[in-house]
Design a protein around this ligand. Structure first.
Ligand SMILES: [Zn+2]
Length: 294
């Protein structure tokens, strides 16, 4: 697992955000960590939590050490103190429901004072690191510039996701995944529609191009048997490289299949197997459209 960014880098990226974005992101991270703690502890105790149950009810049921708060003293500061005396930037406030005892602890002392098992603590801390990675992802995407997928505008997204988009914070991969799963049928329909629109546009362009070519025959227009691998690469190599460089952005199954097929066709051409230049062209341009490269 990659390590979270160093504090200095996180601090630099946070400074690119406005106040609303900072507080939203910090709150999201804090809530994620609290629910991670709850989820891991419940799993460890073999307690199944009802999805619709409030956190309060869940904690009544668990009756164990609860993560109440995470305090952050800010970059370069250590204003808090662990029970052991160590100065802390991040202070975890944990409270035992039944015994009504509260501790203020640093990460390394979480296990010592709560006597929660070391493997559970390790599990929780790993979970925290994953959440920090999600934060880093959001910050990195913000710096690079991010816009939500086009189709999201017509969906009624969950309130938290919508708010995150509205204040201009990128969605993490996990959050995008959540949306994709929630709206699978809608998104398939929307994307199919868009693909058809693109294709229609493409046909219109090709028709216009053909009309121009017939009116003034261009010597460079190849007949099928003249299309060789070398000729095709000299003409479209640059486009193909662009698609290749951006293939990780292809998320839609239809487009991924097209890319597969396109690469297969190039291999066929290289082997002098039958090659359909017009299918090749339409697939290639569709991919370029999809990737906003054309
Ligand atoms: Zn300590």
């Amino acid at each position: 697992m990659p390590s979270p960014l160093v504090e200095k880098e996180v601090n630099r990226l946070y400074q690119l955000l406005n106040e609303a974005q900072i507080s939203f992101l910090q709150d999201y991270i804090k809530q994620s960590k609290k629910s991670k703690w709850l989820e891991r502890l419940a799993r460890k105790k073999g307690i199944v939590l009802d999805k619709d149950q409030s956190a309060e009810d869940a904690w009544d049921k668990l009756n164990d050490w609860e993560l109440k708060e995470i305090l952050d003293g800010g970059y370069g500061n250590r204003p808090y103190k662990c029970e052991c005396g160590m100065a802390l930037r991040f202070c975890y406030i944990v409270r035992h429901r039944k015994e009504n005892r509260t501790f203020r602890l640093g990460e390394t002392c979480l296990g010592n004072y709560t006597l929660l098992s070391p493997d559970l603590i390790r599990d929780i801390i790993n979970g925290f690191h994953k959440i920090d990675l999600e934060r880093d992802e959001i910050l990195n995407k913000f710096e690079l510039g991010w816009t939500p997928p086009l189709d999201y505008a017509s969906l009624s997204l969950p309130e938290d996701i919508q708010r995150q988009i509205d204040i201009g914070l990128p969605l993490s991969y996990l959050q995008t995944n959540r949306v994709e799963n929630l709206f699978k049928p809608d998104l398939i329909r929307l994307r199919k529609q868009r693909e058809q629109d693109n294709l229609a546009q493409l046909h219109a362009r090709k028709a216009a191009l053909t009309a121009r070519k017939t009116s003034q025959p261009a010597p460079s227009a190849p007949s099928a048997e003249l299309v060789t691998y070398e000729w095709m690469i000299s003409r479209h190599g640059e486009h193909l490289t662009q698609i290749k460089d951006n293939e990780h952005r292809l998320k839609n199954m239809v487009m991924l299949a097209k890319w597969e097929q396109l690469q297969q066709m190039i291999q066929d051409l290289q082997r002098h197997d039958p090659f359909d230049y017009s299918t090749f062209l339409s697939d290639m341009f569709e991919l370029l459209y999809e990737l906003d490269l054309y």
